[in-house]
Design a protein around this ligand. Structure first.
Ligand code: GLP
Length: 255
């Protein structure tokens, strides 16, 4: 696991976007695994700028998203399908038919999970998977539990996750309680993983993820077993790692 220091959210976003752009420049038909949440917003803004400058093109890329809320149609402004269109897809030249996300309106859970897993497989797997991290260590929507779920599945969101996500909804009762998510196995099958984290609230979980035991109670800890993971985090998020395990961090500024 390579951990890279960024001064602030802006620098983090620039470093992450540059890596994604490099992937697409080197392999124009890349399969990008994409994420939602506040963390990737700046990265997407940077990617849009690189596209507008003519430095990167997405016309041959395929994009598969990690997860989607159950019960929200894609027109709902809080659905992840809507998020991706608004914050990235409609600003770049990716073809809509090359973007994939679980269908949160499909009530046939087993069918939807199997269909999505097959979609990812049929694309030949993910070349670069972008991840955020939940305060409890969730990746995608793989919540802490007693085992690592392998494939795409439907999860009941933890209270902590519903609380965290309620900031985007008018009322707490409006926050979906279930979601479809790629499994830990689906995520670990990506050739490269890029995890981004910003802000002091993520400091304890970054420390646990990188130095704690690998266990399903901290789902992101499994990333210690992936051979090509880059974590880019800003100074606030790296706070506890800098104090407890500075040797793990690359590109630390001279103090
Ligand atoms: C949601 C998403 C995750 C994301 C997490 C953290 O639960 N399903 O993919 O990583 O939130 O979000 P944020 O980046 O806003 O902290």
């Amino acid at each position: 696991m390579k951990i890279i220091y960024a001064k602030d959210y802006d620098e983090l976003s620039r470093k992450a976007a540059n890596r994604i752009a490099a992937q697409v420049i080197l392999k124009s038909e890349s399969v990008l695994g994409l994420a939602t949440g506040s963390s990737p917003l700046g990265t997407y803004r940077r990617l849009i700028k690189l596209y507008e400058a003519g430095d990167v093109h997405f016309s041959k890329c395929r994009a598969v998203n990690l997860d989607e809320y159950c019960g929200l149609p894609e027109e709902n402004t809080q659905s992840y399908a809507y998020f991706m269109k608004e914050n990235l897809f409609r600003h770049i030249d990716i073809r809509p038919e090359n973007t994939y996300i679980p269908d949160g309106m499909n009530r046939d859970m087993e069918g939807e999970c199997g269909r999505y897993e097959e979609t990812v497989r049929s694309l030949g797997g993910v070349d670069l998977q972008l991840l955020g991290i939940g305060h409890n260590g969730h990746i995608g929507f793989n919540e802490p539990c007693d085992f690592f779920p392998k494939e795409t599945h439907c999860v009941e969101l933890s209270k902590q996750t519903v609380d965290a996500n309620s900031r985007f909804f008018p009322k707490r009762e409006d926050v979906p309680t279930h979601a479809y998510t790629m499994g830990i196995g689906t995520i670990m099958a990506a050739k490269k993983i890029l995890l981004i984290a910003s802000g002091e609230a993520k400091a304890p979980i970054l420390l646990q993820m990188a130095t704690g035991p690998v266990c399903p109670q901290v789902p992101a800890s499994i990333l210690q077993f992936h051979s090509d993971v880059t974590v880019i985090a800003d100074e606030d998020a790296l706070d506890m790692l800098m104090e407890n395990a500075p040797y793990l961090i690359q590109e630390l500024p001279e103090l």
